[in-house]
Design a protein around this ligand. Structure first.
Ligand code: 2RA
Length: 336
């Protein structure tokens, strides 16, 4: 098994390296690719120093079985054929192909069966906000069909990549020194602030990030669920949180929901108001699961349930989900 990481110098690329090592992913060889700027950089994987090759239109992907790509949508579009032409399966973290009808959009806890049909040899990894939402929704959908979802996100700086995290870190230091914080990555100062704006606005007044939650959730769940999202950037380093309200076809009790979350794959329930236990980004960063807490009835709707989720955006929201897709495909005999 030969694996390639494309975009290894970015935040998600670096996370691919640590997730593959942490999980002892079954492979014989790892090759690293990056932009001309990161070509020549060296990274250590399992004690071995690997040098980043420049991504180019050549035959470098001959012999590669799985390419984990996270180099932005335009690079993914430009290099799709170069990466897949010799048979490599491209598991792509960008938004380039997510809504293409001939590309499955996969969260292994929800729709692994979609991996069986990959006419373009491409599988898309969903947006981070969608991943944690659908892992939680699936547990409820198994009890009763979800008709609608309202969700408000609290998205960490990591969603904007390594430079987003760096900007938040620098702003905190600048403020502590009494200097004016430098703003370049985000639309406004993020430290000591929240910004109700992630990605660009679309014509209907929702942002692209909010529309991703609508479209991707429906594609992955394979249902007619209605989704209305408000996506907000918060001064947190690397785990996204979401407050979610669902309306189901029949009323679901808190006990039923808790039992469903407790037995669902990929979920850890932390929900004990008497001891102030609930998921928080500070403690979820670096963890694999989607954490669920604050589970309660929606007081405005007898068929409504509300809960709070937190998940590491760089890990389950990006690199880990892609690696889990690859693991599923190996286990299911879809990659030989
Ligand atoms: C963000 N969801 O948090 C985006 C990253 N994919 O900015």
């Amino acid at each position: 098994m030969k694996v390639a990481i494309v975009g290894v110098s970015g935040a998600v690329g670096q996370e691919f390296l640590s997730v593959l090592e942490e999980r002892n992913f079954p492979m014989d060889e790892l090759v690293l690719f990056g932009s001309p700027r990161s070509a020549g950089k060296k990274y250590v994987f399992k004690g071995e120093e690997l040098t980043v090759k420049e991504l180019q239109h050549n035959d470098d992907f001959k012999g590669v079985d799985i390419a984990l790509t996270s180099a932005g949508a335009s690079t993914s579009k430009e290099y799709e054929k170069t990466i897949t032409k010799h048979g490599a399966i491209m598991i792509d973290n960008s938004s380039a192909f997510r809504m293409d009808s001939d590309v499955p959009l996969v969260v292994p806890e929800v729709n692994p069966q979609a991996c069986a049909h990959i006419p373009r040899k491409v599988i898309a990894n969903p947006n981070c906000t969608t991943i944690q939402l659908v892992v939680a929704l699936k547990a409820i959908e198994n009890l009763s069909h979800i008709k609608s979802v309202h969700v408000s996100t609290y998205q960490a700086a990591s969603g904007a990549g390594a430079t987003g995290m760096e900007e938040l870190h620098n702003q905190v230091q600048e403020i502590a020194k009494g200097d004016m914080p430098t703003v370049s990555k985000f639309q406004h100062q993020l430290a000591m602030n929240i910004i109700p704006h992630v990605d660009v606005f679309t014509e209907n007044g929702y942002t692209k990030e909010e529309m991703k939650m609508y479209n991707e959730t429906r594609k992955i769940m394979g249902t007619d669920v209605q989704v209305s999202a408000t996506c907000v950037r918060v001064p947190v380093m690397r785990a996204h949180s979401e407050a979610t309200w669902v309306e189901t076809e029949r009323p679901i009790s808190v006990e039923e929901a808790k039992a469903a979350f407790n037995s669902a794959k990929g979920i850890r329930v932390v929900d004990n108001p008497t001891t102030n236990d609930y998921p928080m980004p500070l403690f979820v960063a670096g963890k694999d699961e989607v954490f669920v807490g604050r589970i309660r009835k929606d007081l405005s709707n007898p068929n409504g349930l509300t809960f709070w989720t937190v998940s590491d955006q760089v890990k389950k929201g990006a690199a880990l989900n892609a690696v889990q897709i690859a693991e599923y495909m190996i286990e299911a005999g879809l990659i030989k």
